[in-house]
Design a binder for this molecule. Sequence first.
Ligand SMILES: NC(=O)c1ccc[n+]([C@@H]2O[C@H](COP(=O)([O-])OP(=O)(O)OC[C@H]3O[C@@H](n4cnc5c(N)ncnc54)[C@H](OP(=O)(O)O)[C@@H]3O)[C@@H](O)[C@H]2O)c1
Length: 299
Amino acid sequence: VSDPTLLRGGPLADEITERVGEAVAKLRAAGVVPTLGTVMMSDDPADERFVDYKHDGCAAVGIDTRRVDLQPDAPAEQLYAAVKRLATDEAVTALFVQVPVPDHVDLARVRVSVPPAKDVDCFSPAHLGAVATGDDPLLPATTAAVRRLLDAYDVTLAGREVVVVGRNPAVGRPLVADLLSDRTPLDTTVTVCHSRTTDLAAKTWRADVLVTTAGVPGLIDGSMLSEGVTVIDVSTNRVPDESAETGYTVVGDVDFESAKSKPDAITPVPGGVGPLTLAGLLRNVVELTAEAANSEVSV
Ligand SMILES: NC(=O)c1ccc[n+]([C@@H]2O[C@H](COP(=O)([O-])OP(=O)(O)OC[C@H]3O[C@@H](n4cnc5c(N)ncnc54)[C@H](OP(=O)(O)O)[C@@H]3O)[C@@H](O)[C@H]2O)c1
């Protein structure tokens, strides 16, 4: 059995990031400063890391940032006010809210307070609706990352069976909405699985393309995959590992060792979807900024 092709996101992400850098320089030369505002209400180190990662990525390409970090027990009003401030600040051209937020926050209220024109990751209902109707070309970063990998590695989609494990609004739902599009190169038949799905293996086994975003290490093993499948593992789960310097290892949902004899192609974790997601976010900041400034600059 030959080893599967590894669908590496890093080199593809580097290409996008380079183009983002060039576009940012053009915008800045025209007096337009792309600026991402982030709001987080959490003291979970994983959330902090995700937000740090975005700010570092922005800094590397010349995108300015504003950052509001709130403690999880802060009054919900502080979160509403922070989002409103960034939403109405003319210098802020793109806005990102880190989820999850604590239960005492009315997430629906936060979603509608992000203006679609600044919505960098498909957080507002209007933007998700536009992805569902096929009207909006600005895809959320993870959806764009999955699409870019499939495209770059010439994975045919039309008429094929795509199984998505995970239906969360941040990742699975917009991806499914996009995959259902009746535009080329999509036209896929989509099955969506979640934590209440019975006999998951019977569904995953049908997949020509399997995308998993459950956040459950080892959820998918080799017995659940058919020969020749393409596997995109979006999840980046930390599992304790005493032998690692950091004390943990990052793994996806797929048990790589047991699975690797089945797919034609599979994403490594880390190094598959992750780098492309950051590049896609930076790209979306530029696209929103250019659109608001009536600029022709594009990535
Ligand atoms: N690579 C990237 O760029 C990127 C970006 C964002 C997130 N992530 C990663 O993606 C993963 C998911 O994160 P999240 O915060 O979005 O998770 P989440 O909100 O908890 O959503 C997980 C989804 O998977 C489903 N699920 C959970 N357990 C399942 C099971 N045993 N069988 C089938 N489906 C199951 C859930 O079903 P229910 O709807 O029934 O609860 C839910 O729809 C994490 O590893 C995260 O680090 C990666």
